[in-house]
Ligand binder design. Structure first.
Ligand code: NAD
Length: 359
């Protein structure tokens, strides 16, 4: 399969391209990757950036379709979420049907309906890029939740912190703080605990030196799942540090997990505490975007119209609906405060049994 990257920004150039390079380099002759390098299309003139990366940039989407046969090309849609329906329609018009769409799948439910209708009408196979669903940490949480060691799942608490001052001050892209990090964690909560409804939501503006970026500071969301589990999400795009963590509480124990915070290091770690027993820490290589892309290309190449066991589209769809309801809740209560989650006590970790254990 050939690759067309649409949107050569942070995600397309910075995240997808290096992973694609490595996957192609590792692939054997029997693998599904085309020998031609990825092709790039962006509304900006990215010819120099593409050339520096050893790639060709198309002068238009039409030229891209003439260069990369839509019947054997996978398109990575790495444009900002506001653009989704328009970009997908342009691609469908040119005959592209195998599409990997960055999260969030759409910026609101009206756009989501438009994307859904387009996919049905034009036979698009849409996958939502959902690295956290392919993550080793999420897999471990799934095996542990409701299992014999920890018992029934009771609650999930996610913290997603990163300094994102420059990008937020430099213009739109994401309409609210809920659209940046929460699509990852809300998807994991749905995977672990099933469907849910928002019960509380609040956000704050990002402010610096007299400048204000509405709704792009800190955010807080609570969900109640149909099975009684509660999920809480705290995100802060003004934080001085990065963190992507989750605490999963079960009837007889709990897990504290940390997803990799960036592409700088691909290791996840988690600590399991069963009752009064010693904490056990696991550290694993967790390159979730690579896992997701490898599986998606295999599914496409093998001609599957629905991905084997993959629920990323259904989850990505539901995430947009839940976040839209959360935005309505936050909008309806402008004085609602984002609670300060405070510092969690440091995890006492027993490393005496070795550096890594399997769950
Ligand atoms: N930045 C991250 O770390 C990150 C991580 C995961 C997912 N994402 C997601 O990826 C998507 C893109 O985010 P980003 O951070 O890469 O944004 P970005 O602004 O860095 O890059 C987006 C690129 O898309 C181009 N573009 C805009 N409209 C276009 C169109 N109609 N056709 C072709 N190109 C177009 C822009 O010129 C820009 O180069 C978002 O949905 C975001 O949530 C970003």
């Amino acid at each position: 399969m050939r690759t067309l990257i649409v949107g050569f920004g942070r995600s397309g150039a910075g995240l997808h391209l290096p992973v694609l390079r490595r996957l192609r380099a590792e692939a054997g002759a029997a693998d599904h990757w085309s020998p031609e390098p990825p092709l790039v299309w962006d509304v900006r003139d990215v010819r120099q950036e593409a050339a520096a990366a050893g790639l060709a940039a198309a002068g238009s989407l039409e030229e891209a379709a003439a260069t990369a046969d839509p019947a054997r090309t996978v398109v990575h849609v790495c444009t900002p979420p506001m653009e989704r329906p328009h970009v997908l329609e342009q691609l469908a018009d040119l005959g592209f049907t195998r599409l990997l769409v960055e999260k969030p799948l759409a910026a609101d439910t009206a756009s989501l309906e438009a994307v859904d209708a387009l996919a049905r009408k034009r036979g698009l196979i849409l996958r939502v890029i959902s690295p956290w669903l392919s993550s080793e940490l999420t897999g471990a949480l799934r095996r542990l939740a409701g299992g014999p060691r920890l018992g029934a799942l009771r609650s999930l608490a996610f913290r997603q912190l990163k300094p994102r001052w420059t990008r937020s001050l430099n213009g739109p892209g994401h309409p609210t703080v809920f659209d940046v990090e929460l699509p990852h964690s809300v998807g994991v909560a749905l995977r672990l605990a099933g469907d849910a409804q928002p019960v509380r939501a609040a956000w704050e503006d990002l402010r610096l030196g007299g400048r204000t970026v509405p709704r792009m500071g800190r955010g807080h969301l609570e969900l109640r799942h149909e099975n009684g589990t509660t999920s809480e999400f705290f995100t802060d795009l003004t934080a001085p540090v990065r963190e992507r963590s989750v605490v999963m509480r079960c009837a007889t124990g709990e897990v504290t997990g940390h997803y990799p915070v960036s592409e700088a290091d691909h290791h996840a770690q988690w600590t399991v505490r069963e009752g009064a027993g010693a904490a056990r820490r696991s550290v694993v290589h967790d390159e979730a975007l690579a896992t997701f892309l490898r599986d998606a290309y295999r599914d496409f190449a093998e001609g599957r119209t629905t991905a084997r066991g993959a629920d990323d589209y259904a989850i990505g769809r539901r995430v947009v609906e839940i976040l839209q309801e959360a935005k309505s809740l936050a909008e309806a209560s402008p004085t609602a405060r984002v609670p300060d989650p405070g510092e969690r006590p440091a995890e006492p970790v027993d490393l005496s049994k070795g550096a890594a254990h399997d769950v």
